[in-house]
Ligand binder design. Structure first.
Ligand SMILES: Cc1ncc(COP(=O)(O)O)c(C=O)c1O
Ligand SMILES: N[C@@H](CCOP(=O)(O)O)C(=O)O
Length: 430
């Protein structure tokens, strides 16, 4: 499959090149040249397909022939070595748990898939790649884990100082080897802007092959479309009118869901559930897209003021505001409302939600108020113990720690503090 740049000022390129470059030379995000819906028989037969068979069929057109089918099968099998269960709360609401991977957030799938694609492209170790990642909390840990020890790959993670949870910080600063962490005096948007600037800085790109493992990169972004198919498989016999509420920050996940819908998955509607970083909620009300400096919240991984992927969503809907509004609702919630929702979920359903999932739950409820016939699935995007302080404070109960969290708790943080783009450049050139 070939990809074009959404800035339309760079040549179209192959999947391989799009993955290795991350961002197009004109600073645009790559987007597939075509999207061919899957045959109806795929959806009719979905109950008989395993997760890996579903994933293979769904992503094949986007990555072949650069990744041969036999290799793709192995990549998908290795990527999806954990579960994606749906937990039903009642006849109107379910949650899809996306936190059963090694770093307990939904980023594990994209990071593991991309690591294997890059590993395949660099199988003869001919070219060293430096991966730059900006994280508001979870991408960093998932990428660190996914790329740890991968030959020929150096990973540099930028995270906003004091704005990620303690566990998230441990996950991205303690692995060592080919993983380096930079603690940035700024916000996630500052980290993301520095990364994008680096891609276009010839003084760097002439000396090293830089790429991204954020959802900018098509190999990190597209595998997220699997989740929506896995949920559909578990629910479609009971419910015909399925809507997804996606806790959103950089809008990669919800945009991947829209790609699943383009492939023919019968999703009735999407809900972008936001914390107070709500550029998209405001846009759907005013038709005026106004990114703003991010504010800090308890759902910190969604503290994004200028989401990268909204431009891909605009592309899917051909910049038609009415068509987008028909398929997407968006709501924004304060920390106080989010905490109240965490308590409500615990008391009513005996379920411990993390703050991001709780925002998704609230979005679901808001939409269902006027759409009572729908079944809402909110994505539980991270395990609650990644946000231990908030969760235990709200539900007033100690949480048992999963093995993945225990494994990093007592490790020593190693990070270099930086403040400006020139600090990043110096670090990379050292
Ligand atoms: C736990 C969690 N929920 C939600 C999000 C938002 O996802 P996206 O950036 O794809 O919108 C993130 C970060 O990406 C996250 O880590
Ligand atoms: N919420 C993310 C922010 C980056 O999102 P990405 O999907 O573009 O990597 C995080 O947890 O880091």
């Amino acid at each position: 499959m070939n990809y074009y740049s959404l800035n339309k000022k760079a040549p179209n390129t192959s999947f391989k090149d799009a993955v290795i470059k991350g961002l197009a030379p004109d600073k645009g995000l790559y987007f597939p040249e075509s999207i061919t819906p899957l045959p109806q028989s795929f959806f009719d037969d979905i109950d008989n397909l395993s997760h890996t068979e579903i994933a293979f069929e769904a992503i094949k057109q986007f990555v072949t022939p650069e990744i041969p089918e036999a290799v793709l099968k192995t990549i998908v099998e290795e990527t999806l070595s954990f579960d994606f269960p749906v937990v039903q709360f009642n006849k109107n609401i379910s949650t899809l748990e996306l936190f059963h991977g090694p770093t307990m957030a939904f980023k594990d799938v994209g990071a593991r898939f991309m690591a294997r694609c890059l590993g395949y492209f660099n199988k003869d170790n001919s070219e060293e790649v430096t991966i730059l990642v900006a994280t508001s909390g979870d991408t960093g840990g998932a990428v660190a884990n996914g790329f740890l020890g991968v030959k020929g790959v150096n990973v540099v993670i930028l995270y906003p100082s004091g704005k990620v949870s303690d566990i998230q910080e441990k996950q991205l600063t303690t692995l060592g080897q080919n993983i380096k962490a930079l603690e940035v005096n700024g916000s996630f948007d500052d980290c993301q802007a520095m990364v994008k600037t680096a891609f276009l800085d010839e003084a760097l790109t002439s000396k090293m092959q830089l790429t991204s493992a954020n959802s900018i990169n098509v190999a990190r972004w597209l595998p997220q479309l699997f989740y929506f198919m896995f949920a559909y498989k578990q629910l479609h016999k009971k419910y015909k009118n399925i809507v997804f509420s996606v806790p959103s920050g950089n809008f990669g996940n919800i945009c991947a869901g829209m790609m699943a819908q383009q492939l023919g998955l019968p999703i009735t509607h999407f809900i972008a559930s936001n914390n107070e970083n709500n550029v998209v909620t405001r846009y759907l009300k005013s038709q005026n897209y106004q990114p703003q400096a991010s504010v800090q919240t308890i759902s910190n991984a969604m503290d994004v003021g200028d989401p990268s992927n909204f431009i891909r969503i605009q592309e899917i809907y051909k910049n038609n505001f009415d068509a987008l509004k028909e398929n997407l609702s968006s709501y924004s919630f304060s920390d106080e409302t989010t905490k109240a929702a965490m308590l409500e979920i615990y008391e009513q359903f005996n379920y411990v939600a993390d703050p991001h999932g709780a925002v998704g739950y609230l979005g679901c409820k808001a939409y269902l108020k006027n759409n009572k016939e729908a079944h809402g699935v909110f994505l539980e995007t991270a395990h609650p113990t990644k946000f231990l302080d908030v969760v235990e404070d709200v539900i007033k109960e100690k949480q048992p720690l999963p093995a993945q969290i225990k494994a990093v708790m007592d490790k020593e943080k190693v990070a270099t503090k930086i403040s400006t783009y020139s600090d990043l450049k110096d670090f990379l050139l050292k």
